[in-house]
Design a protein. Structure first.
Length: 273
């Protein structure tokens, strides 16, 4: 029979060897960073191999993503200030309408005295509606005097989501796109950069963002990889809303035209005129 104490010693040795191997891998990685302190990690190849289905496919299932709720129609309700309309959410609404059957509505809250006609018709002319149960998702926009956009979804179980970037992330998730950790992090980073620096930052911050965007778009067709993501939608809207589009460098000009060739962007451009 094998001595239990020897078995315990062998197990301990195996665990120690495993930890030493992990430490060696970590040290090897750190040594490469130390040897090239000025080199940025080029994640272009990682992103480009992160394959995802185009937004125009019909693979996503809203019931799987949002829950069935006994067959009831899911409703997204967004409060937004007409003095600073959340353009990215309007682009996403148009994209969602290409994928799902959406019951759309626009209302005006009593806290707002008047709303421009184009914002009241931002979802287009509403034709005669079918019964609620024939739609997959309800999308209601309420023009209201709020400091930042607010979204309510599944009102009984969920706190309101605040901020255009956070709401945009939620709406984009309804397309069922799956990304690896690197791609997801870069997308989130660009969304935050567009909202907090390009849209709300100083002129110096905006200039730095334009340079960063131009550099990124020199490597790929879109801000993150070779497919449109929420990063492109939020950044494009922030550019036009802040009047920075005219100052955009060459790579960005090409990217903006690619965006504007898509129907959801061109329909939102009409609101800017």
């Amino acid at each position: 029979e094998v001595d239990p104490s020897l078995q315990a010693l062998e197990s301990r040795q195996e665990e120690i060897l495993k930890r030493l191997y992990e430490l060696k891998s970590a040290v090897d990685g750190l040594s490469k960073m130390i040897q090239t302190p000025d080199a940025d990690l080029d994640v272009t190849n990682i992103i480009q191999t992160d394959e995802c289905s185009p937004l125009t496919t019909n693979g996503a299932d809203l019931d799987l993503m949002l829950g069935k709720d006994y067959g009831a129609l899911k409703d997204v309700v967004i409060n937004a200030n007409p003095s600073l309309p959340p353009l990215s959410l309007l682009v996403l609404h148009s994209l969602l309408c290409e994928r799902y059957k959406i019951l759309s509505a626009v209302h005006t809250h009593s806290s707002v005295k008047s709303v421009p006609e184009n914002l009241l018709k931002c979802f287009g002319e509403q034709t005669k509606k079918q019964p609620r149960h024939e739609y997959q998702l309800g999308f209601t926009l309420i023009w209201k005097d709020v400091p930042k956009p607010q979204m309510k979804f599944s009102i009984q179980t969920m706190c309101p989501i605040e901020g255009e970037g956070n709401i945009a992330r939620f709406l984009f998730s309804l397309f069922g796109q799956k990304y690896n950790a690197v791609t997801s992090t870069l997308i989130d980073s660009w969304v935050d950069t567009a909202i907090f620096q390009l849209k709300e930052g100083s002129s110096k911050e905006k200039g730095a963002v334009l340079r960063s965007m131009n550099a990124a778009l020199g490597k790929t067709s879109w801000l993150v990889g070779n497919e449109l993501t929420i990063a492109d939608i939020v950044a494009w809207c922030a550019l036009y809303q802040t009047g920075s589009a005219n100052a955009a460098p060459a790579n960005m000009q090409k990217w903006m035209k690619s965006c504007e060739n898509l129907a959801p962007f061109s329909s939102v451009m009409k609101l800017l005129k």
